[in-house]
Design a protein around this ligand. Sequence first.
Ligand code: CUO
Length: 690
Amino acid sequence: MTNTDLKALELLFQRPLEPVFTTRDSGKTVLELPDSFYTDRYRNDTETVGNRFSKDVDLKIPVQELANIPNLDFTKKLGPKHQFSLFNDRHREIASQLITLFMGAPNLRQFVSLSVYTKDRVNPVLFQYAYAVAIAHRPDTREVPITNISQVFPSNFVEPSVFRDARQEASVIGDSGERVHVDIPRNYTASDREDEQRLAYFREDIGVNSHHWHWHLVYPTTGPMEVVNKDRRGELFYYMHHQILARYNVERFCNNLKRVQPLNNLRVEIPEGYFPKILSSVNNRTYPARVSNQLLRDVDREDANIEISEVERWRDRVLAAIDQGYVEDASGNRTQLDDVRGIDILGNMIEASPVLSINSNFYGNLHNQGHNIISFAHDPDARHLEEFGVMGDVTTAMRDPVFYRWHGFIDSVFNKFKARLDPYNASQLNFDGVTVDYIEAKIGKSNTKANTLLTYWQKSSADLAAGLDFGPSADGNIFASFTHLQNAPYTYTFNVTNNGAKRTGTCRIFICPKVDERNQPLRLEDQRLLAIEMDKFTVDLVPGVNTIRRQSTDSSVAIPFERSFRPVGADYQPKAADELARFRFCGCGWPQHLLLPKGNAQGMLFDLFVMISDYTQDSVQQPNTPNDACSTAYSFCGLKDKLYPDRRTMGFPFDRRLPNANLTELVGAFGNMAKTDLRIVFNDRVIDKA
Ligand code: CUO
């Protein structure tokens, strides 16, 4: 790939609503289009507009003619100013066709041309989604970084008055070269009259929402088989969302709120209201709100028809399949829901992926249609011409308290299945001759106490300029400052004795809350469902005593802040190949700044749990595909073009029931496990990022 191709592809993530011939890269670069590429609106003025935008640029990138002009009529059902939703069957079908078209471009140059040609002819959000999926999956675009969605469509992520400030600031400061800083307020969606607002810092976190978007980008439900049919994707759908729920529930305890009530009855009012305030980029309207105590109703709109009774029927069939222990395909063939593949089959069937579900006519589309019914609750028959609320879109769904209630229900279905499996037995849990003698987690500074970790607020900034259409194109970027939870980095130290020959193990680190919001002790069964995966890595054990050290910042769950919000544009492109490689697939991963739950001022008590499992039972035979330097958050996101790198079912050993009465007995029974009390202390101060 030449630098120009790379650059052309990167530019298409910028200014998603502006015509493709306008300048990008802070006015430095322009794409030179063949005349045939101009849409009807500009066709008669190709010379004028082309010249106007190529006047003062440093670089003009010529775009090749297309060998075949594609017929894009299939995209027309979704107008340019309509909201695009991955949960909507019709939209997904359009996206699937567009992804297939992009994947089919015969070479890189033609892919560039096809993307440029398509960009102004289809709904901009649809384009950005299908384009990003293609970039993530085409073998010849491995080096192209996918711009974080919060930078492409910043209005979906931040309070809209900042954009006014940003434009004003930029036009005042102009070309002076200074950076423009604007402040995103905290707590703008509700007051403290609303208890749920205590969790806003989690639900509305930019990193949380962009992770969720990126996950669904890497694991689409429709499209060409090579894009959709990934190793254990159904199981990962279960596990990634299960971990979100565990984290959210623990975060609720930290804020004196009880666990989420799963939304298992669609016929009663939903007490939680939500007023998102954010703007939709495509039509400049705010996302519709849902008032408190809203009743769900059947959805009967041009773009969606869903009956609540239909969703209930699917729910009952899924639950019956779990009770029976098998699923049936369309011809009546049965597949057992066993302890290895069962969860993967259920994940694809419940989400649902129409191409991977074992029987989508019968088991339906439970999870997606739940999102849709909830997202249209404010205007189910479109009489007010309102579009879907935030629950209708993966970029915004996690902002709404009801997301956790719906996913709490979905998670309860998966947990029902897991509870039917036998508890883990000694041969699955044990690692003979390996004992974990000592564990601690300690903040780096010398005078800190072991097993007391610290959280606080931090003010950071991210460059949101890439997505600011029709905005100031002058040099310099627009940095938005926002305040988010942060944790002080710490180190795990474990002493492990190996009474045998040299061997390999997998170190699995979890934290489990010890008490609920009323300070009542939790049973092992609750602790296991609320266990938060912190890290997982392979360790080589020499005979005798081994000391294992691991930084919290190396977690297999999380990605660093800088990777979520790297500045956009050619100037920031790393030159070294390995650095560049790290850009790919990089946006998927839990934000490092939320690795630890908030804790509380007195110090919230957790069990820090460590297990070294037998690698011969964990290892997988990877295909010989190139290693991806960037896929560090594999616990939640898998590895690109590889198998999920852990043969055990996800969440092991807490995904199934355990043979002991409590955690103390469990670690007492198995030498390869250990636990210690851990306190997380929250300091209510805002620290400016240096
Ligand atoms: Cu991620 Cu419901 O699957 O939002």
